[in-house]
Design a protein around this ligand. Structure first.
Ligand code: NI
Ligand code: MN
Length: 230
């Protein structure tokens, strides 16, 4: 059961029998560790509608005949493009062939720009994925908020993917508190170093996690964690 960080907030998971990707942004991502054309998946999960999270959703879904899953307004947008979608909402879960997913609150926004005008695409979210005894939490682009504690208390999490870039999301200090509240067995920083405003030191963040008694991995784009070995 391999989880590969592909850069920014993009994560590819291969369970052995199924493959899915979260927040594909490879085209135009200077740190991308893969090309969107090469991605093979059955599902595309999206935390929110910003271009650095949905950038390659259409291309990947179309090439693979994959289903896009997101908050209902975001899913409806991809339905309008002729793609297969499942529209969900916060707090709801869904059984899929590879496991169960649940959309959790995130404090952020969710929109795309069409012809210079913002088109709002529902609430932003985080995504919890339960995979045959292993669990993954992708926090999306959230700010720090105290219900992250609720998410951690409610769900045992093996790997939490937490933004540390600052400017658009939590920065490292808030992310450290978030990691303590979520208390995942392993924390992986995401959403940093892709662009100048979000330059951060992932190793330094991981050192701070360790000082707080938590395990962290500053995965370089292209590096993987085997969830069965954690
Ligand atoms: Ni965003
Ligand atoms: Mn973002």
């Amino acid at each position: 059961m391999k989880m590969t960080f592909l850069g920014h907030s993009t994560v590819h998971v291969d369970t052995g029998n199924h493959k899915f990707i979260i927040d594909p942004f490879l085209t135009g991502n200077p740190l991308a560790a893969a090309s969107a054309e090469d991605i093979k998946v059955d599902y595309v999960l999206l935390t929110h509608g910003h271009s650095d999270h949905i950038g390659d959703a259409e291309l990947i879904a179309r090439r693979n005949g994959a289903t896009i899953i997101g908050i209902v307004e975001l899913a409806n947008y991809f339905t309008s493009l002729g793609l297969k979608t499942i529209g969900m909402n916060l707090g709801g879960s869904l059984k899929l062939p590879f496991g169960t997913i649940k959309f959790t609150p995130a404090l952020h926004t969710s929109s795309i720009t069409k012809d210079g005008v913002n088109l709002y695409l529902g609430a932003p979210a985080g995504i919890l994925v339960q995979l045959n005894g292993h669990s993954l939490y992708h926090a999306g682009d959230t700010a720090l908020f105290s219900d992250l504690k609720l998410i951690g208390d409610r769900h045992p999490i093996d790997v939490a993917l937490i933004p540390i870039g600052d400017f658009f999301t939590m920065g490292p200090d808030d992310a450290l508190l978030a990691a303590q509240w979520i208390h995942a067995k392993h924390t992986v920083p995401i959403h940093y170093n892709t662009f100048p405003p979000i330059e951060q030191n992932g190793e330094e963040f991981v050192n701070k996690l360790q000082q707080a008694g938590l395990k962290g991995h500053a995965l370089k784009p292209g590096e993987s964690l085997d969830l069965t070995e954690l």
